[in-house]
Design a protein around this ligand. Structure first.
Ligand code: AHM
Ligand code: MG
Length: 348
């Protein structure tokens, strides 16, 4: 196990940190390490575009389009292609799956396949881009379950408890990459002057005293009685906590990151607003699953209102799931109030 205390006061790049973690596991082949490096590189490349988002059209119409003969790409498409291209040829993955693609993404047949699968949301919260609000990338890495050949959907449809690594990249005032390989949650901040991620948040643990609750309260009329009661409970002083303040950015990575550092709960419950989305909005495989893995590593808990999200076996790639994620006491209270007010079968 890496003793993150060793790093106190030292300049530690993400490469060194990941390598040190690998060296604590003599049986490791380095394959997982290299996938994480590739995600860090993807983060730098995507950052170079997201920080110029407002300029894309100006630059495009000023000549970029003519010179390159192609249209300025939408940033989410750019992020998707960046992650795909960095990972398609390395021989480390058997398949990928992304929010941007309907089916799983095979490794092109001219390249070798490897032992892992990568699931990702290349640019979550992309409706915020035009307003210069933080956005993020979410990813998870599984060991494939099939023995050989091209990866299959079955390799991807695993419960998040099977994740061997998960993380996110936050494109905010700084770019951060936060990840876990099941040995704590560690955060790195990109120093744009040197182009390196430096260890800034070793071994993140949720603060015991939560500060915030995060939900789109505009949907309150469409919530179940259980979710209404839960929200009222969060707002009140109770023996477990002081009444919480509301913070909601509407960008999952940014909301999650803030609550991870401050303590609190984020929820996107099932509601009756859109009957086509009975499971809420968020996706199990590449949004809720990886973040649930991280929150447990930070001492918290994630639930769909009835059970641990980590235990849900996905039936479909783009399946939606209600999500309550944060400090364990807060999430367990959501389960209790939903059970009491909505009955055991809800909310999915
Ligand atoms: P997206 O995957 O289409 O970007 O949507 C996901 C986003 C999350 O980042 C955020 O938590 C949620 O949608 C916000 O939804 P709403 O506007 O309904 O509150
Ligand atoms: Mg998304």
């Amino acid at each position: 196990m890496t003793d993150t205390q060793d790093y106190h006061g030292k300049l530690v790049t993400i490469e060194r940190f990941i390598l040190d973690q690998q060296q604590a596991h003599p049986e490791a082949t380095g394959t997982l390490t290299n996938i994480l490096y590739d995600m860090a590189l993807a983060a730098k490349i995507i950052t170079s575009k997201t920080t110029r988002a407002g300029l894309a059209e100006i630059l495009g119409s000023a000549g970029e389009e003519n010179v390159q003969g192609e249209e300025v790409q939408k940033l989410d498409v750019f992020a998707q292609r960046t992650i795909f291209r960095l990972n398609d040829h390395t021989g480390r993955l058997a398949a990928m799956a992304s929010e941007e693609e309907e089916a799983i993404i095979p490794i092109p047949s001219r390249f070798p396949v490897g032992p892992y699968v990568l699931v990702f949301d290349p640019l979550d919260g992309s409706s915020n881009i035009d307003m210069n609000v933080s956005i993020g990338t979410i990813f998870g890495i599984y060991r494939r379950t099939t023995a050989s050949g091209p990866g299959t959907l079955a390799d991807v449809l695993q419960p998040a408890r099977n994740l061997v690594a998960a993380g996110y990249i936050l494109y905010g005032a700084s770019t951060m990459m936060v990840y876990s390989t099941g040995n704590g949650v560690h955060g790195f901040t990109l120093d744009p002057a040197i182009g390196e991620f430096l260890l800034s948040h070793p071994n993140i643990k949720l603060p015991a005293k939560p500060k915030y609750y995060s939900v789109n309260q505009g949907y309150q009329p469409f919530w179940t009685a259980g979710v209404q009661a839960y929200t009222e409970w969060l707002q009140r002083d109770t023996p477990e906590k002081k009444g919480l303040s509301l913070r909601y950015i509407g960008s999952l990575v940014a909301d999650f990151h803030r609550n991870l550092l401050s303590g609190g709960v984020f929820y996107y419950p099932a509601d009756s607003k859109d009957l086509k989305k009975p499971g809420g909005k968020l996706r199990l495989v590449y949004e809720a699953g990886p973040l649930s893995f991280l929150i447990e590593q930070a001492g918290g808990y994630a639930s769909d209102g009835a059970q641990a999200i980590l235990d849900i076996v996905p039936a479909q790639l783009h399946q939606r799931v209600p999500m309550f994620i944060g400090n364990r006491t807060l999430v367990e209270q959501a389960e209790a109030l939903i059970r009491r007010h909505d009955g055991a079968a809800t909310p999915a």
